[in-house]
Design a protein around this ligand. Structure first.
Ligand code: ZN
Length: 285
């Protein structure tokens, strides 16, 4: 059964996990979702701290940090679109293993933890999508562990840039050398050299801690296979095409990530001869 659209106060989500839900499930969640703007350096969870909300990032990006005894922090993951911050709640956790800090300012939808848990325990499609995301996160974490051990820094940097582009849907974003060093597990000086080489090669513009991806296709040619392994799993679990029920609303702009990705898939299909229907853009290597 489909609902008549647009219902009152309907809000088109810009998070593929929410978009993947059937209409009736999304409408049931809607009263519990609140749009917020997450600001850079805002701490959403502290280590061992309470988790009062779960967050579904849209254009924002969240870092997960773990702290060592000497006070140093290490980046152990990022959360963006598609995805959510708060999976521990679904797994029975009462406090956060990590500190969750906003890395890139942008919008998100948040939901109170008890409402999220009640919805998760309904044992329906929402629960399955959350579990899909947890599976993707496990893959991303394990792939990153392998990547940081064996792949060249320039290929890992390309992976980081492409991942952020995919998560926030913008080619331009703030990124400090500290953040790059943390997530790549490399000295800042080495990361800076790699970024300068990308800039000199015309792949990116990099100025005052702001990065703009100039040539995504050349980054895709450099990136290691880890990017494609993770991207394929995310795309399989959370397809990039917005279901028709979300595109029939008059006067509502298509989200930026959807426009850009549709265009990229189309370009790739022309270059490779692979049909758009079967191309998930992982064919570009
Ligand atoms: Zn790799």
């Amino acid at each position: 059964m489909e609902f008549a659209f647009p219902p009152p106060k309907f809000r088109l989500p810009d998070n593929r996990l929410l978009v993947a839900l059937p209409t009736r499930d999304y409408l049931r969640l809607l009263p519990s979702l609140e749009q917020v703007t997450l600001r850079q350096n805002e701490i959403l969870y502290e280590c061992d701290g309470p988790m009062r909300y779960v967050y579904f990032p849209e254009q924002s990006l969240i870092s997960l940090l773990t702290y060592l005894e000497d006070g140093k922090s290490v980046e152990v993951g990022v959360v963006g679109n598609p995805g959510l911050l708060g999976t521990y709640i679904a797994l029975g956790g009462r406090s956060s293993f990590h500190e969750a800090v906003v890395e890139i300012t942008g919008s998100a939808l948040r939901m109170k933890a008890d409402a999220f848990l009640a919805e998760f325990q309904r044992d329906g499609i929402f629960q399955r999508k959350i579990l899909d995301y947890i599976r993707c996160q496990i893959l991303m974490t394990s792939q990153s562990a392998a990547c940081n051990r064996v792949h060249l820094l320039k290929r890992r940097l390309a992976r980081l840039l492409l991942t952020i582009h995919d998560r926030i849907g913008s080619k331009e974003f703030p990124m400090t050398q500290e953040f790059m060093g943390r997530i790549l597990g490399a000295p800042r000086s080495e990361v800076t050299k790699a970024a300068i080489r990308f800039r000199q090669g015309g792949l990116i513009e990099y100025q005052y801690n702001n990065i703009k991806i100039v040539d995504r296709r050349r980054l895709e040619a450099i990136v290691c296979e880890c990017h494609w392994v993770v991207a394929e799993e995310f795309d399989r679990s959370f397809p990039r095409n917005i279901p028709a029920r979300f595109t029939v609303m008059p006067g509502r702009a298509q989200p930026s990530w959807q426009r850009e990705r549709a265009s990229r898939i189309s370009r790739t299909a022309k270059l490779t001869g692979i049909s758009v229907a079967s191309c998930d853009h992982s064919c570009v290597k």
